[in-house]
Design a protein around this ligand. Structure first.
Ligand code: AR6
Length: 208
């Protein structure tokens, strides 16, 4: 493992991580930020969450649970129609809550569907609801024997949450959960793009 400055802002650990999928070739590297919190490892990586071989990936869904764009669209495309069939039986999901299905054709076993808040001005319970998404996803994970969970940057796309604030809430909520409850061994934030990777890495670095 080497240490170097990512984005010219803070030093983070950068490790080799074999990329899975079609473009796999030896020696390919991607950024990984890793911190041990209690008995669990928390990571930030850059990549496509649909390729993650963890027990459960979290979907940033909408309250219908019937699909959409962004990471939601990518998950339903990669997982296939079995996920939508299961979602139809769930009767939707409230903002801040989470529900589970299998993961269809993806390498993960489960998808935990959560609904992030649409960001308005920060004065409409957005922070509480975003924290609840992370907490409820981890509760549902534990109820289903899930030990490794990958989160996208919930609400940071179409729902417009300021990324720095969302990253702080995501990391702090996961940390508090891992301190309070045993059973989860790995939480991985899977970010799309260097900018969001840098912000989540900086947020996690506060807990090193
Ligand atoms: N892997 C990891 N991250 C991804 C991927 C991927 N394959 N694809 C996109 N992202 P968004 P939201 C990132 O808009 O803001 C949907 O239509 C993306 O770059 O997917 O919670 C739902 O149905 C961004 O950083 O979710 C809802 O209607 C982050 O995932 C609505 O969008 C979240 O962006 C939810 O909006």
């Amino acid at each position: 493992m080497e240490t170097r400055t990512v984005g010219g802002v803070i030093p983070v650990a950068v490790c080799a991580r074999a990329k899975k999928g079609e473009n796999e070739h030896e020696g390919e590297k991607e950024h990984v930020m890793r911190v041990t919190l209690g008995e669990a490892v928390v990571e930030v990586v850059q990549g496509d969450i649909t390729k993650e071989a963890v027990d459960a990936i979290v979907n940033a869904a909408n309250s219908t649970l019937l699909g959409g764009g962004g990471v939601d669209g990518a998950i339903h495309r990669a997982g296939g129609p079995a996920i939508l069939e299961e979602c139809r039986k769930l009767g939707g999901c409230a903002t801040g809550d989470a529900k589970i299905t299998t993961a269809g054709r993806m390498p993960a076993k489960y998808v935990i569907h959560t609904v992030g808040p649409v960001y308005r001005d920060g004065q409409h319970k957005e922070p509480e609801l975003l924290a609840s998404c992370h907490r409820r996803s981890l509760e549902v994970a534990l109820e289903n024997g899930v030990k490794s969970v990958a989160f996208p940057a919930i609400s940071c796309g179409v729902y417009g949450y300021p990324v720095r604030e969302a990253a702080r809430i995501a990391v702090d909520t996961v940390k508090a959960f891992l301190e309070a409850r045993a059973g989860i061994e790995l939480v991985r934030f899977v970010t799309f793009g260097q900018d969001i990777f840098n912000v989540f890495s900086q947020s996690l670095a506060r807990h090193k």
